[in-house]
Design a protein around this ligand. Structure first.
Ligand code: ADP
Ligand code: MG
Length: 403
C-alpha cells in the first residue's frame, strides 16, 4: 500500500508524539513536520514495517528517529534499535540528529563505524546503549566479537536503502538481518527506490506500507554534472584544458583555501585580463568591485572560496568548476546551485576535480545529491598527456578567442 502525503497543515502534535518529544522539537526549532515526516511518523509509530521515500534534504532522518525514540525503554541498557547507513558521515549525522531529538538526552547511542577506534565503540557498548548506528562492516565485526548483542532488538532501520541493498552491501545486510530477532519492526528510508530494490526489500519486511513523497519535491535538473579524474599536481593544466574545451560564458571556480585561490589567480591573471578573485581576506571594497564586474560580464572567470562564493547569484554563470572537492557535501549543493539559473532554457554545467584518493568524497557527494556523476574526459587531452609536456597550457589558453 502506498500512502500519499497528508495536508501540509499537520502539526507535530497531531502525529501522536509524546510531550517530551514535542518539547525537544521545539528546542531544535522544528516548527512543522515535512511531508515525509507527517506521513511516515504515524505509520512507523503504529509498529508496522514501512518504507519512506522522499528527496534528499526533506527530513527523512527525523522521520525515523522520532518514532524510534518514542518506543525505547530508557531503563533498559540493551540495544533496542539498529540503524544501518552506507557511510561514516551519514552514520555520524544520524547519531547527531538522534542526540538532538532525544528529550533531555535520555537516549544512549553509539556510532559503530570503520576508520574510528574500535575500542571506544566497544566501551560504549559495554556501558550500555539503546541505539546502535553504523556501517555494515563494523557492525558485523562487533556482532561477531560478541560486543553487539541484538537479542532485545525491536527496530531495524536501513537509511539510504537503495545503497544498502545494492550489490555491494547486500551480503552484509543479509548477514546482519539474519542475526536480528524475527519479531521486529523494519523501516527503510531512501530518496530513490528502484523496482528491484523494492522487491528485494519485501524479502526482509512483513507487508510493508509505503509512503512516497518523491513526486512532490523539487530537484534541480538543469545542471549537467560531471567529475574529472585529476592529478593533484596537474590541476592547473587540467583547468586550462577544460576551459578551452568548454569555452564557458562565465565560470566560477571554487577552491577550499584562500591560499590556493591566490596561487591559482596569480597563475591565470598573468595571462588573462578577465580573471578575478574573491575570498574573505580581501577588503570589502575590492570584493564589491569584483562582484560588480562579474555581474556586468567584464569578469569571465571568478576564483572563489566557499564562504564568499555561496551567496553569488548571477544569471550569466554557465559553468561551475570545483577545483577542489568541497569539504562538506552541502557545499557541493550550494556551489552547483550557482548555475542552472539561466532564464532561458540554457543548461548549466558543473565539473568536479577528483584525485584518485578522493573516491569516498565523491561517493558522499553522490549520496547527497542522489545522482551518480559521470566522468568527463577532455577530448584530445586524454590521448596525449605525457608528463613532460606540462607548460603548454598557458599559451593555448590565452590564445583562445573566447577566454
Ligand atoms: P534527508 O535524510 O531527507 O536527506 P535530513 O534528515 O538530513 O534529510 O534533513 C535535512 C535537514 O533538515 C537537517 O538539517 C534537519 O535537521 C532538518 N530538518 C528535518 N526536519 C525538519 C523540520 N521538520 N523542520 C525544520 N528542519 C528540519
Ligand atoms: Mg538522509
Amino acid at each position: 500500500m502506498t500512502t500519499s502525503a497528508p495536508s501540509p497543515s499537520v502539526s507535530f502534535a497531531d502525529l501522536g508524539l509524546s510531550q517530551p518529544t514535542l518539547n525537544a522539537l521545539q528546542n531544535v526549532q522544528f516548527e512543522k513536520p515535512s511531508p515525509i515526516q507527517a506521513a511516515f511518523i504515524p505509520l512507523a509509530m503504529s509498529g508496522v514495517d514501512c518504507i519512506g521515500q522522499a528527496h534528499t534534504g526533506t527530513g527523512k532522518t527525523a522521520a525515523f528517529v522520532l518514532p524510534l525514540l518514542e518506543r525505547l525503554d530508557f531503563d533498559n541498557r540493551a540495544v533496542q534499535a539498529l540503524v544501518l547507513a552506507p557511510t561514516r558521515e551519514l552514520s555520524e549525522q544520524i547519531a547527531t540528529e538522534c542526540k538532538r531529538l532525544s528529550y533531555s538526552s535520555m537516549c544512549r547511542s553509539v556510532c559503530i563505524v570503520g576508520g574510528r577506534p574500535i575500542r571506544s565503540q566497544i566501551n560504549e557498548l559495554e556501558k550500555g546503549v539503546q541505539v546502535a548506528i553504523g556501517t555494515p562492516g563494523r557492525v558485523i565485526d562487533l556482532i561477531e566479537r560478541g560486543c553487539l548483542r541484538l537479542d532485545q532488538l525491536q527496530v531495524v532501520i536501513l537509511d539510504e536503502a537503495d545503497r544498502m541493498l545494492d550489490i555491494g552491501f547486500r551480503p552484509d545486510i543479509e548477514k546482519i538481518l539474519r542475526r536480528c530477532p524475527t519479531e521486529r519492526q523494519t523501516m527503510l528510508l531512501s530518496a530513490t527506490l528502484p523496482e528491484p530494490v523494492e522487491r528485494l526489500a519485501n524479502r526482509y519486511m512483513k507487508s510493508p506500507q509505503k509512503v512516497d513523497c518523491s513526486t512532490n519535491g523539487i530537484a534541480v535538473k538543469t545542471v549537467e554534472q560531471y567529475y574529472l579524474t585529476v592529478d593533484e599536481d596537474r590541476k592547473m593544466e587540467t583547468l586550462a584544458k577544460l576551459l578551452l574545451d568548454q569555452r564557458p560564458q562565465q565560470v566560477l571556480v571554487f577552491l577550499r583555501t584562500k591560499r590556493g585561490a591566490d596561487r591559482l589567480h596569480a597563475r591565470f591573471a598573468r595571462k588573462l585580463p578577465d580573471v578575478a578573485i574573491l575570498h574573505g581576506d580581501l577588503p570589502q571594497t575590492h570584493r564589491d568591485k569584483v562582484m560588480k564586474a562579474f555581474r556586468a560580464g567584464e569578469v569571465r572567470m571568478l576564483i572563489a572560496t566557499d564562504v564568499v562564493g555561496r551567496g553569488i547569484d548571477i544569471s550569466g554563470i554557465s559553468h561551475i568548476i570545483n577545483y577542489d572537492v568541497p569539504e562538506y557535501c552541502d557545499d557541493y549543493v550550494h556551489r552547483v546551485g550557482r548555475t542552472g539559473r539561466l532564464s532561458s532554457d540554457e543548461k548549466g554545467y558543473a565539473f568536479t576535480f577528483v584525485t584518485r584518493d578522493q573516491g569516498e568524497q565523491l561517493t558522499n557527494i553522490e549520496l547527497r545529491i542522489d545522482t551518480m556523476l559521470p566522468e568527463y574526459r577532455i577530448p584530445a587531452y586524454e590521448s596525449a598527456r605525457p608528463k613532460e609536456k606540462r607548460a603548454e597550457w598557458t599559451g593555448g589558453f590565452s590564445n583562445s578567442p573566447n577566454m
